[in-house]
Every structure is written in C-alpha cells, then in structure tokens.
Design a binder for this molecule. Structure first.
Ligand code: GTP
Ligand code: MG
Length: 509
C-alpha cells in the first residue's frame, strides 16, 4: 500500500525535482535551494504599515522584550529580521558584498544599530538573532513605513513585500493602521495579489494600532477602539483583504512587559493625590510634563513616563491602582490584558502557527510556478504536472483559498451560512473544537456527532441545484474538512490540534 505523502513532503520532493531539472542554471538553483531550506524554518511574518503606525513597538510587545529601535534613527529605514538565536547577534547584509556582523550596542535596553557608515539604501537587510522564546517558531520582519514622505523608503517595503519578479519573502503579514486610508487598501490589495497569486489565499491580519489613542486618550479609549475595529471587520473591502481586524495598544503591552518598580512607585504617588490635583495634572501631556504639583517627580522622569506609557497608559494605571491593584506584577498583567496583545497572540497562533505548513507550502509552489513560467526549458512538463497535482490535491490550500473567498464581497452565500463555512474551514482555528464551535473539553463523541451532522447538512447544500457554483464548491470543501475531523477523531485517536485531512479512500490511519 502506497502511503500518501503529506503536502509538505510533496512540496519538498517538487523542489528537489526542479533543482535537478535546472541543475546548470546559476539563478534558479540557489533560489530553489533557499525555498527548500525555508520549508524547515519558522514562518516569516512581516510587520507593515504606514510611518509611525507603531510597528516596531508592537514587534517588541510580541517578542516580549524591548529590542527593536523605535522612533527616529536611520535603522527604521532598513528591513530588519528578528529570528531566534542562542546568543544575541546582528548581521548586516549589504546590497552588494558579503554580510558582516555589527557591534551590538544597547542604550536603555534597546538595540542601537550603527550602520557603520553605510547609507540605509546600501543595506539590503539587518538580521537580528535573539534568544526570545516567541521567536522560536516565528521570524518577525520589521519594515520601513509605506506611503511615507520619502518615496524611496516606502518603495523599499513595497519591493520587499510585493516584489514583481518573485514570491514575497514573507509568508504572512501583520498590517498596522491607525485609521483606514486609501493607501492601506492599496497596499493590502497588492500584497494579496502577490502572496495569494492564483491561489487566492488570505494571510494578513490587520491591526488597529495605537488603540489607546482612538478615543483621544480617554479612559474608555480601548472600548471605542474595539467598536472601530468591529466596523472595519464588517467593511466589505477589508473583509476580502485580511482575515480579521484587532485593536492593539502596542505601547501599553510593550511597557507592561518591561514595567519597572520605580515607575510603579511614581504611579502610586499619582494615584494618592487628591482628586482635583490629579485630574488637573492628567489633563494633557503638556500639563503632565510641566504642570505644578505636590508630587516630587522631576520633569525628566515625567517625560520618560509619558514616553513609556502614553497619557492614556498613565491614566489607566492610576485608575487601576486606585481600584486596588497593589504591585507592579498585577499592574503589568492588567495592562497586558487590556492592551489587546493576548488576543493578537491568540490569532497569530490560530491563523499563522497552525497554518504555518500551508502558508510555507504556498510560497514554495508560487516560486516553482514562477520559475517554470519565466525560465522555461525542456523537460519541465513533468514538474508542471506535479505542481498541478499538489495544488489540486492539497485540501489545506483549498481551505486557505476559500477562507478568503467566502468572506469576499459578492460571494453569494447568506451571511449566516458563510460564517459557519468560515468556521468549519478553520477560520477560527484548525483544532476540531475550533472548527465545530465547541468548548475545548468537549468529549470526542460530541465532536464526532457534530461533525457528522455538518457533513450531512453541507453535502445537501453542495448537491442542491439551488446552490450557485461558488457555494457548491465551498460546500464540497466544508464537507471534506468535516470528514477530516471525523478521520482525525476516529476511535482510539485523540483529537489532534493539527489536522491533516487524508484523501478519501486512502487508508491514512
Ligand atoms: N500612545 C501610543 N503610542 C504608541 C503606540 N505604539 C507606538 N507608539 C508611539 O508612536 C511612535 C512611533 O512608534 P514606532 O513603534 O517607532 O512606530 P513605527 O511604525 O515602527 O515607525 P517607523 O518605523 O518610523 O515607521 C513612538 O513614539 C511610540 O512610542 C501605542 O500603542 N500607543
Ligand atoms: Mg519602526
């Protein structure tokens, strides 16, 4: 009995087959080898958005350390990779010439990269290796702001993420925006067009960034931010461009992960002030920095506190301390919780980590397809055939594609049905429980009963003459996904969070 190869193995085999066919091509071989290696590397997620959207701050929050430089400096104009390494290290890759290590300098905990006299546009990228746990299965890529005043800086990010002649270097994107702007939509469209190519798959999570500023720093700002994000989520254009929109106050999360005892002490003193004085002081950044007060905090310390927390963060912390938060640890926990970071990390886990294999597979298939198109040669028909077979057979890719299309405008499925299809296709996570909308501890018998019920119901939709072609196609895929749940939870098998759906009729168990 021939074992069915899993899609990842099939893609590796395809890449090797292509390397053999192109063995005397000095451009194709290194490219293919790079893709082969990339299959075993962590997923690459780029952080993109306009200038000052809060990219580097959010990246620090996700890593859980304050390493990426924020604000001014020439390094914000260079694409910077953060990958896992046992010892901290920075390597500069120039546009021309060999990579070379940079001295590691930290100022106030943060890295400072001196480009060693090179102009930012002579640097292809910086690669930072850092021993942070969160980087173990995720490589993060900080990119210069798009649509910036300097067209040249903006062009670097566009060229990096949406190259004309190759698949993107990133498998997925976290796209930050403070408001939805035409240039944001423009960027998301071009990323979808390259990343998705003809597979039409979505791999972008949009972040409503600097969420604490949405309500002008009022104490209910984060609640306002949530409703703005909700409105964006329902926006027909955005729906087809990103998987979802989440509000995150990156600064709050970053500061919480590095909260200092001295800061807590100052905040507690502010909380102890008499109400009128406290309110006067917290009225504006200017008042806070320069206003007269009985609290003995020097102006530099106040400026530092604003830079670390933002006015909203100070107001919130003071309110929390007044509400009974007693120590720095408890304050940090509460700030993190409210920042929205946990929701974002959860989404990264569900949408990106669990689908890492699929997203990487897609990138490699696109690369091979492009190679065949642009450097055709004799004897590659077989490679093209293997590629077609993988694309047609890989249910995971079909799921990715349908996730993008059932949420697109004009998909034609009634909203309720489309929501259910999205869930069953893994839009809320690939674990059987996530797909079926059941609690984590649901017994296997319940999972199976629910999956079976879905198979029957969606098969009826798939076969109904009333269903449009697109609906029928989606329904067939949903049936297949539910059958996957059944196969994965068959007797004696614990429900596995990573679900590989075997081909029907092939004994995968
Ligand atoms: N209030 C508030 N300020 C933030 C937040 N995130 C970032 N900032 C501030 O916004 C400024 C820019 O933040 P960065 O993280 O450097 O933004 P960026 O998108 O990396 O900027 P460029 O790389 O220059 O395009 C800094 O002063 C941050 O402190 C946030 O969530 N809330
Ligand atoms: Mg930056």
């Amino acid at each position: 009995v021939r074992d069915l190869l899993d899609t990842g193995d099939a893609v590796r085999a395809l890449l090797r087959q292509a390397i053999r066919a192109y063995e005397d091509d000095p451009v194709a071989v290194p490219l293919l080898e790079q893709h082969l290696r990339r299959q075993d590397e962590p997923l690459r997620v780029a952080v993109a958005g306009k200038v000052k959207a809060g990219k580097s701050t959010l990246l620090n929050a996700v890593i859980g350390e304050e390493i990426a430089p924020t604000d001014a400096g020439e390094c914000t104009r260079v694409v910077t990779w953060y990958r896992h390494g046992l010892t901290p290290r920075v390597v500069l890759h120039p546009v021309q010439g060999a990579p070379r290590p940079l001295p590691l300098r930290r100022v106030g905990g943060r890295l400072v990269f001196a480009l060693g006299g090179r102009a930012p546009d002579a640097v292809e990228r910086l690669v930072v290796e850092w021993p942070a746990t969160n980087l173990r299965d995720l490589t993060l890529i900080d990119t210069p702001g798009i649509a910036s005043l300097s067209e040249e800086v903006s062009a670097r990010t566009t060229a990096f993420l949406t190259p004309q002649d190759a698949p993107s270097q990133a498998d997925a994107v976290l796209y930050l925006m403070r408001h939805l702007h035409a240039s944001d939509v423009g960027f998301l469209e071009s990323f979808r067009d390259t990343a998705a190519g003809r597979f039409g798959t979505a791999s972008t999570i949009a972040v409503l960034s600097r969420a604490d500023e949405v309500g002008a720093g009022r104490i209910d700002s984060l609640i306002s931010a949530r409703s703005v994000a909700e409105r964006y989520r329902r926006d027909e254009t955005l729906r087809s461009l990103c998987l979802t929109v989440v509000p995150v106050a990156g600064l709050l999360a970053q500061t919480a992960s590095t909260l200092r005892h001295a800061e807590f002490t100052v905040l507690r003193r502010l909380a102890d002030l008499e109400r009128a004085e406290r309110e006067r002081l917290l009225l504006s950044v200017d008042r806070f920095r320069h206003g007269g007060t009985s609290v003995d905090v020097p102006p530099e310390a106040r400026a530092e506190l604003v830079a670390r927390f933002g006015l909203f963060g100070i107001r919130l912390s003071v309110a929390l301390i007044r509400g009974g938060v007693k120590d720095p640890t408890a304050l940090a926990q509460e700030l993190t919780r409210r920042s929205g970071l946990q929701d974002l990390l959860g989404l990264l886990r569900v949408q990106f980590h669990q689908r890492a294999g699929q997203l990487k597979t897609r990138t490699a298939l696109l690369a091979v397809e492009q190679l065949l198109r642009e450097r055709p040669r004799q004897g590659t028909a077989e490679i093209a055939a293997s590629l077609e077979r993988i694309v047609a057979g890989a249910h995971e890719l079909r799921e990715l594609r349908l996730l993008a299309s059932v949420r697109a405008p004009g998909a034609g499925m009634p909203r309720g049905l489309a929501d259910e299809a999205e869930r069953l296709l893994g839009g809320h996570g690939c674990a059987p429980q996530d797909r079926l909308g059941l609690p984590r501890d649901a017994p296997v018998s319940e999972l199976r009963a629910c999956a079976l019920e879905a198979v029957v119901r969606w098969r009826t939709i798939a076969e109904s003459p009333m269903s449009s072609r697109a609906t029928a196609e989606a329904a067939h895929a949903v049936v297949r996904s539910c059958e996957g749940v059944l196969a994965g939870t068959a007797a004696g098998k614990a429900p596995s969070p990573r679900l590989l759906t075997p081909e029907p009729g092939v004994g995968a168990r």
